[in-house]
Design a protein around this ligand. Structure first.
Ligand code: HEC
Length: 145
């Protein structure tokens, strides 16, 4: 009886593993990394940074726009972590996570219409782009010899 019980537990673990693998594969990459950058990451970051540079959103419409850009920026970080987009499970994931965190902080600030909190996100947004590009975009940041 004991043996049968543990066999059943073992099979359940295998089945759960299979379901989880399937769930991950449900997300299928569409664009190239460059396209992801130019269609999601860059426009979202650019809109936010531009708004911050101009002193922050001026009215409800601009706060809503900032909130939308923040959602897009944060979620684009999640897309970068997808299988098929992620280059590795180490530094790549850390850099993508920085983008999610910066976007989430921007979202929170825009939701609260807090200009100071939004301005504070400027540095972390830039840091995430630069740290990932330094390592994974060697044509732009040539490795020092
Ligand atoms: C997790 C890694 C990662 C993060 C974070 C990241 N990038 Fe990128 N980015 C890349 C890689 C890799 C490329 C090179 C893509 C290629 O050419 O194949 C790239 C390329 C680009 C390009 C050029 C695209 C092209 O087709 O020429 C732009 C623009 C860009 N990134 C903007 C940004 C901005 C802005 C941020 C921050 C808000 C950012 N990226 C954050 C990995 C990242």
């Amino acid at each position: 009886m004991r043996i049968r019980g543990s066999l059943l537990v073992g099979l359940t673990v295998v089945a759960v593993g299979a379901v989880m693998a399937q769930a991950q594969d449900a997300a299928q990459p569409v664009g190239t990394m460059g396209e992801l950058m130019t269609s999601m990451v860059y426009p979202a970051a650019n809109d936010l940074l531009l708004s911050i540079a101009r002193g922050g959103p001026k009215d409800d419409k601009e706060w809503m726009a900032a909130q939308r850009s923040a959602v897009l920026l944060a979620e684009s970080g999640n897309v970068l972590m997808m299988r098929g987009h992620a280059r590795d499970q180490g530094d790549w994931m850390k850099n993508a996570r920085m983008l999610v965190d910066a976007g989430a902080a921007a979202y929170k600030a825009a939701h609260a219409k807090d200009a100071n909190a939004l301005a504070a996100v400027d540095a972390p947004i830039n840091a995430s782009c630069v740290s990932c590009h330094k390592q994974y975009r060697p044509n732009v940041h040539p490795p020092r010899s």
